[in-house]
Design a protein around this ligand. Structure first.
Ligand code: NI
Ligand code: MN
Length: 230
């Protein structure tokens, strides 16, 4: 079976998991200056939210309402979605895992903020660890600093692919992201959360070279609209 990971720019990804469609942190055109598509052009059976910041949830309500997807998020963001009229939600919290039709999803520790765009409480930010029903393991760091807790993911067997924030300023930068890749024992890395705005300008190819040199881990740099398989 094949898992396809498509990049929409910034920290927004689409996943086709053996025919089931997931969207992670929907931030699409015109909100997301890098996204090649609008929320009208994306399909979703499940929407996954790491935290409440606008650059991760700007298109969550619209996408959920148009597609009827089940939105998976923390308890506080679920309340925000329900206030907006989104009915199909599943709330979780850090450390918890649940088996969905696409696989087992665990919310992991992230060090960041999570206030929602309207100022309401977005709970705590999270990373996402997915073990697909076909066995592949995919980790989204979410917006986070480097944390020693990432080692727990590595010690639990590592991941086939880690999507790691490396834009710096708001999250870990390239050097810490290399260490994060080592901590989670990633077989391969896709960088995210860079070049959307001037404070997070980075060269992803320099990051890829650093990852190879320091950690001997492969990196797949995706331009918005491009995809890779796991
Ligand atoms: Ni954020
Ligand atoms: Mn962000």
């Amino acid at each position: 079976m094949t898992i396809t990971l498509k990049y929409y720019g910034h920290a927004t990804f689409g996943i086709d998991a053996n025919g089931v469609k997931l969207v992670v942190d929907p931030f699409l055109a015109p909100n997301n200056p890098l996204a090649p598509v609008t929320a009208e052009e994306v399909e979703a059976d499940f929407i996954l939210l790491t935290h409440g910041h606008g650059d991760h949830v700007a298109d969550a309500i619209g996408l959920a309402q148009r597609t009827g997807a089940l939105t998976i998020c923390n308890f506080e963001i679920e309340a925000w979605l329900q206030n907006a009229g989104v009915e199909k939600t599943h709330s979780m919290h850090i450390g918890g895992a649940y088996c969905f039709p696409f696989g087992r999803l665990k919310m992991t520790i992230a060090h960041h903020g999570s206030m929602l765009p309207d100022g309401s409480n977005g709970g705590n930010p999270a990373g996402l660890l997915i073990t697909f029903t076909s066995g592949e393991r995919l980790y989204f760091s979410g917006d986070t600093a480097l944390t020693y807790d990432m080692k727990l993911i590595g010690e639990a067997g590592g991941v086939d692919l880690a999507v790691l924030n490396m834009g710096d300023n708001y999250t870990m930068g390239p050097d810490d992201a290399v260490t994060a890749a080592q901590f989670v024992q990633a077989k391969r890395v896709v960088p995210s959360h860079y070049n959307t705005f001037p404070p997070i300008a980075q060269d992803p190819y320099a990051f890829a070279a650093k990852l190879k040199e320091r950690a001997n881990i492969d990196c797949t740099v995706l331009d918005p609209g491009e995809e890779t398989t796991i």
